[in-house]
Design a protein around this ligand. Sequence first.
Ligand code: TRP
Length: 334
Amino acid sequence: MKDKSKTCLTGIKPTGMPHLGNYLGAIKPAIEMANSEDFESSYFIADYHSLTTIYDPTKLNEYIYEVAAVWLAMGLDPNKSTLYKQSDIPEVMEMNWILSCFTSKGLMNRAHAYKAITQDNLENKRDADQNINMGIYSYPVLMSADILFLETEVVPVGADQLQHIEIARDIANAFNHHYGEVFTVPEALVRKDFAVIPGLDGRKMSKSYDNTIPLFLPEKKLKKLINKITTDSQPPETPKNPNDSLIFDLFKLFAKKQEITDFDEWYKKGIGWGEAKAELFKVINRELEGPREIYNDLMKNRHQIDEVLVQGRDKVRPKAQKFLNEVKLKVGVK
Ligand code: TRP
């Protein structure tokens, strides 16, 4: 029997250094969950999902290490939860095929992510299918294989992934309808994402707006980026409104209660933007400096990352093999 109440699993797509918005909205809550006693959690690096769009081998390989190092540096404990790499479990691919035979094409046609690319193509007067490979089209099937082969009960995801979990449920039900209760039907646990984390220009922090603060930068670069936050030309002594200040909004996400109160008062008395930015740098850097050191150390000693991933693979693969066998028996290929 499981000693923890629920099995939970989530995939992390390696696509480059995460930024502060990713950290606060996804990584931090996921690590808290992993370290809590309520879940038996597995996290994996969804490298085959990245291959749908990243065709540069050096980059993809670098991203895999980066994302693993970020999660480990931020406190994911590989002894409390499992961290592995999707491509280390080839059984997922066999499962992927079996599941795709229970996935109606119409279901894939309706997937938001795919539809968005088609839409964009049409709006720009391109062929509807331009730049859509089969990996992108059947992305949700592979995701279902990730989830279903580990008999996952709970999948913590951001709201943008909710439809994918619903698709996994549909596929599991379609299979179970023919063969009995083989697959556990997973449930999504949608994170109440932090009220949008603002980026350097005040819009939502997002790579596509080029306004992000990457998680691990050398201190000097972090300081420089923070200094780029746009401010108005009010002189230091003018009282300022903390509720209408990007610097204050970001500060609140990293500061302690008392620090927020003090900062609030300083604003109302009059604060110089340079001073405000220096305070913001201090609180962000305080939270990141320890993990940054671990991160840099891991990236210089990648065998340590490999060891964690091998340990994860060795834990997961026997389960995957056993379960795949059961499924193969059910469908009659064994
Ligand atoms: N598609 C997810 C993302 O873009 C990553 C992912 C792949 C995933 N497989 C998964 C998430 C299985 C949850 C469960 O972030």
